[in-house]
Structures are given as structure tokens and as C-alpha cells.
Ligand binder design. Structure first.
Ligand code: 13P
Length: 285
């Protein structure tokens, strides 16, 4: 029964100094590809979908598929609701069985972000779910609909936010952005280092697509435990399908989507050093 709380996965990563990919999925094939990659590489996995993506992939359809895939996997899988914006949707995800939620109140002033995060965290706790929240503002936007500027997380605010909300994982803005980076990502490692020395919970890096292996490694050695990857998987799938088309039938196309999603997930698992971390004795697998 390897549907686990995200906190278990992040605690193991923290104790052993590696990162875990949280891979966004949009359909059945991507769910299958991500789980296949994790099983083949014996890596823990976080499967996620963001609230803004539900217009394409309705939660009542994709949610149960994600939970079922996790329950049937041979490695620990957490099912995470990414960038939760509304109480209604967060509750719906928890009822479906998501083992983790992110409440994103980063657009609010600090005090409101703290009070709203505490409210959503209390709801998640009723279900025993893990809670992630964000402080500062990651650039771009999850679905590319707006281009938010990067507001680097203040160390002082991160310390206050973590102490008052008691969340399990904290997403920071250190120059990272959702979607395709406009130039080379320029991460504020100095700020990450400072926050990591003062905040004792696993840290989260959003906007993983396009960050270099060297930067991932530096982030991981400075406390980043969860790394979100969405655009890279979507783009890999589109490229594979465009290259391989025309398909002789629907099912060859279906196999191609699974393989392309798995390929991108594997590539990131290697960079995050989560490969081979699932052994008989860990995480009750
Ligand atoms: P990318 O689309 O840039 O990989 O960002 C994913 C993300 O952070 C989802 O929350």
C-alpha cells in the first residue's frame, strides 16, 4: 500500500541528503509513465496536479486515478494537490485521498498568507495530510496565464511564516520561475543558504524545468527536498509525439506518451539523486 504522506518521503530525503521530484501530470498516460519511471529506478515519487490545470483534467477523474496508481505502485508515492487556491478544491482533493496539499497564499500580504495557510493546514490535518505553503513569489505562473514577477523570499518572513504556520514543507522564491526560463536561471543560492540555516523544515523549489543539474545539486545540498517539474514533461511528450507522428493507431500514440513522460521523470530523478533510494527497509515498502 505505497500511497504515503509526502512528509514521510521528505523526511527520508532530508535524512539522506537527496531531492525528490514532484511531477505534474495531466492524464492517465503521464500518471502511468511517472509511476513506471519510479518503479524502474526504485525512487520515491510525488505525483501532483495544480488547481489551475483542473479545467483540462477534472479532479474527480484524474484524482482517483492518481490515488489508485499510488496505491498500486511498488515504491512510495505521495499524491499532492499543487498550488491549491480554494478551500472547496482542497477539500475535494483530500476527500479523494490526496496525501498532501499545497495552499498557495503567496499573492497575499504576509499576515493574510499566514492566517489563510493556517486555516487550510487545519483542514488538511483532519485528513492526516502533509501541508506545503509558499512565501515570496515564484515567477511566471503554473499554467502560463500570467507572468508574475519574481519576489525573492525574505529570510525574516520565511522564519516567521514557518514558525507560525508550522507547515511541513516550505516553497521559496529564489529566482525560480514556472514555465520556460527567459534566460539562464539565476538562483539566489545565498538566500537559500541563509533560510536553510534558520528554518528547520524541508524546502521546496518550484519551476524545476530548465534548471541545470549543477544548480539542482547546489539547491539539494542547501535544503531543497522537493522539486516541482511540469513544463519539461509536457514539452517532452509533445516533442516525442510530433517526432513520431503519424501513428499507425491510437495505442501506439498512447505508448509513446507514457514512454516520453517516463523518460523525462527518469532524467530528473537521476539529477535529484533519488534513484535506488527505495530499499526493503525504508518507508515500509
Ligand atoms: P515548471 O513548469 O517550470 O517545471 O514548474 C512546475 C511547478 O513548479 C509546479 O508547481
Amino acid at each position: 500500500m505505497p500511497l504515503v504522506k509526502m512528509k514521510e518521503i521528505l523526511t527520508h530525503a532530508e535524512e539522506n541528503g537527496y531531492g525528490v521530484g514532484a511531477f505534474s501530470v495531466a492524464n492517465f498516460e503521464m500518471v502511468m509513465g511517472a509511476v513506471k519511471a519510479a518503479e524502474e529506478l526504485r525512487s520515491p515519487l510525488i505525483l501532483q496536479i495544480a488547481e489551475v490545470r483542473l479545467k483540462h483534467s477534472p479532479l474527480h477523474i484524474i484524482g482517483p486515478a492518481m490515488v489508485a496508481a499510488a496505491k498500486n505502485a511498488s515504491v512510495p508515492v505521495a499524491v499532492h494537490f499543487d498550488h491549491g487556491l480554494t478551500e472547496e478544491r482542497i477539500r475535494e482533493a483530500l476527500k479523494i485521498g490526496f496525501s498532501s496539499i499545497m495552499y498557495d497564499g503567496s499573492h497575499h500580504p504576509l499576515d493574510k498568507n499566514i492566517s489563510e495557510t493556517k486555516k487550510m493546514a487545519a483542514i488538511a490535518r483532519e485528513y492526516g495530510a502533509t501541508v506545503e505553503a509558499e512565501i515570496g513569489q515564484v515567477g511566471g505562473s503554473e499554467d502560463g496565464s500570467v507572468d508574475l514577477e519574481v519576489l525573492i523570499t525574505s529570510t525574516e518572513q520565511a522564519v516567521k511564516f514557518a514558525a507560525e504556520t508550522k507547515v511541513d514543507a516550505l516553497a521559496l522564491a529564489i529566482g525560480n520561475a514556472h514555465g520556460v526560463y527567459k534566460g539562464e536561471p539565476n538562483l539566489r543560492i545565498d538566500r537559500l543558504e541563509e533560510i536553510n540555516s534558520l528554518v528547520d523544515i524541508p524546502l521546496v523549489l518550484h519551476g524545476g524545468s530548465g534548471i541545470s543539474e549543477a544548480d539542482f545539486r547546489t539547491c539539494i545540498s542547501n535544503g531543497i527536498r522537493k522539486i516541482n517539474v511540469a513544463t519539461a514533461t509536457f514539452n517532452r511528450v509533445v516533442d516525442a509525439v510530433n517526432t513520431q507522428a503519424p501513428f499507425k493507431d491510437y495505442f501506439s500514440y498512447h505508448e509513446s506518451v507514457i514512454a516520453a513522460a517516463a523518460e523525462n521523470v527518469k532524467k530528473h530523478m537521476e539529477m535529484f539523486e533519488s534513484v535506488g533510494r527505495v530499499k526493503e527497509e525504508i518507508l515500509n515498502v
